[in-house]
Design a protein around this ligand. Structure first.
Ligand code: FAD
Length: 430
């Protein structure tokens, strides 16, 4: 299947050259496909590129949400690819965005991906034809746009670019400053201000910890069942959800009110696929991308796969696994199930999620505890290597630390001993 009936190699189009796109490209090439990754930016790395330059036109839209001083919320020991790990020369486990970017560059260099990556090439339209895909690529270096044809498409355009800002009553009355974490770059912008941060996910918690060092006072509004540990942050007060914004502050659900200068929404992002035409057959409803088989294969056009939609997972490892899973079908090593079976499996999974009450459409791609069954299923169905037990154990050790051990957990150092075991701060962990 990696050759067409005329004996030519199958052609793979990868949209984006971030963590997901790079491994889609590498694995496709290794499967004997003729693969190209189109990257609209001037360099590879996606999310991990830190830039303070703000856009002047549409093309230069801000892609990365990276900010100054970020250290990863997962240790580098689980952030490598299964066949390419971080160098042990970096002592810390929780590393800077620059170190992640360097790692991605070294991955691309190691697997000689450079000649297969087209920088400043933006995919602006993808549409299915009878037997293949028509992909329009805008070359920003020549300002030309041509159609190119592919057998398979990997959508790896990233999901931390389009802010999800909730509608809040009174927003039109509020006269202070507003920002979404997508455009947050430095804490000193909030110097001596009173700041309301909305949302206590990984970004909300981390940004609170940065901003509170410069701000006069931070109010952290969230609806987590268990309050995060903000005890070490003297100038942070936790608040429930915002009931409504006022001219210079907010009234909260518990009836209390506060005044502040700046609101910072850390309320997440939306999945968007602006380059996919409607006949691709994919809809995003309340952040639920559907219909997808196993959260990656487009059921309506199963020669297209989406890599990395899942959250609360081990990102790099699951990207690589989803790519290997889909390639097992794209190369014909495994037979793609019929459409009815894929739909039935999707409905079953979604039914289970709805039934347990915790999941709604917005959480349709959230994994958490479900991730381990998912990994087993992909490995079994496609006959591919599973994620090593040591990576899963290490991941479990890191769970929720950004909420309850925010001030201390990044000083932990991990060392992988073998496929099963790791050391934590020099001691064998279990
Ligand atoms: P991206 O890195 O966003 O790459 C997508 C690429 O596609 C970009 O280069 C973009 O320019 C390109 N592109 C988009 N549209 C087009 C188009 N039409 N044509 C051509 N190119 C296009 N993960 C961790 O594992 N550990 C962490 O500590 C961690 N911290 C994070 C902190 C922040 C602030 C954020 C936002 C995310 C963090 N993540 C972390 C998640 C991280 O984003 C993922 O792990 C991973 O980097 C996402 O890779 P990606 O390839 O899916 O997307």
């Amino acid at each position: 299947m990696n050759k067409n009936p005329m004996g030519q190699k199958r052609r793979v189009c990868v949209i984006g050259a971030g963590t997901a796109g790079l491994c889609a490209l590498k694995n496709s090439l290794e499967s004997g496909m003729d693969a190209v990754a189109y990257e609209r930016g001037t360099e590879i790395g996606g999310t991990w590129i830190f830039s303070e330059d703000m856009p002047e036109n549409d093309y230069d839209e801000v892609h990365s949400s990276m900010y100054d001083g970020l250290r990863t919320n997962l240790p580098k020991e689980v952030m490598g690819y299964p066949d390419y790990a971080y160098d042990n020369d970096i002592e810390d486990s929780f590393i800077t965005s620059h170190e992640v970017l360097n790692f991605l560059r070294s991955y691309a260099e190691h697997f000689k991906l450079g000649p297969h990556i087209k920088l400043q090439h933006e995919v602006i339209r993808v549409r299915p034809r009878l037997d293949d895909w028509e992909v329009y690529v805008w070359d920003h270096t020549t300002n030309t746009c041509d159609p190119v044809y592919y057998d398979f498409v990997y959508v790896c355009n990233g999901h931390y670019t389009e802010p999800d800002v909730p509608e809040v009553e009174g927003a039109d009355l509020y006269e202070g400053k507003l920002m979404h974490s997508h455009l947050y770059r430095r804490a000193d912008k909030f110097r001596d201000e009173n700041v309301l941060i909305i949302g206590a996910g990984p970004s909300g918690m981390d940004i609170t910890n940065h901003v509170r060092r410069e701000a006069k006072h931070v109010y952290l509004s969230h609806h987590l069942a268990t309050a995060p540990n903000t005890a070490f942050m003297g100038n942070v007060t936790q608040k429930p959800d915002v009931e409504r914004l006022t001219k210079n502050g907010a009234v909260f659900k518990d009836g209390s009110s506060e005044s502040f200068d700046h609101v910072l929404f850390c309320t997440g992002y939306k999945y968007t696929f602006p380059c996919l035409s409607t006949d691709v057959g994919i809809q995003v409803i309340d952040n639920f991308v559907q219909p997808l088989w196993k959260h990656c294969i487009n059921i309506n056009n199963p020669t297209m796969a989406f890599i990395g939609l899942l959250f609360n997972v081990i990102p790099t490892h699951i990207f690589d696994m989803q790519v290997r899973f889909t390639l097992a079908f794209f190369t014909g090593q495994r037979e793609m199930p019929p459409r009815e079976q894929m739909i039935a499996e999707l409905e079953k999974e979604i039914g289970q999620r709805w039934d347990c009450g915790f999941y709604n459409r917005k959480k349709a791609h959230q994994m958490g505890e479900r991730q381990f069954d998912y990994y087993n299923e992909l490995a079994r169905m496609a006959g591919i290597d599973n994620i090593k037990p040591v990576i899963l154990k290490l991941m479990k050790d890191c769970g929720k630390k950004y909420i309850f051990e925010l001030d201390t957990y990044r000083s932990n150092r991990y060392t992988i001993v073998d496929d099963e075991n790791f050391l934590k701060n020099g001691k064998m962990a279990n």
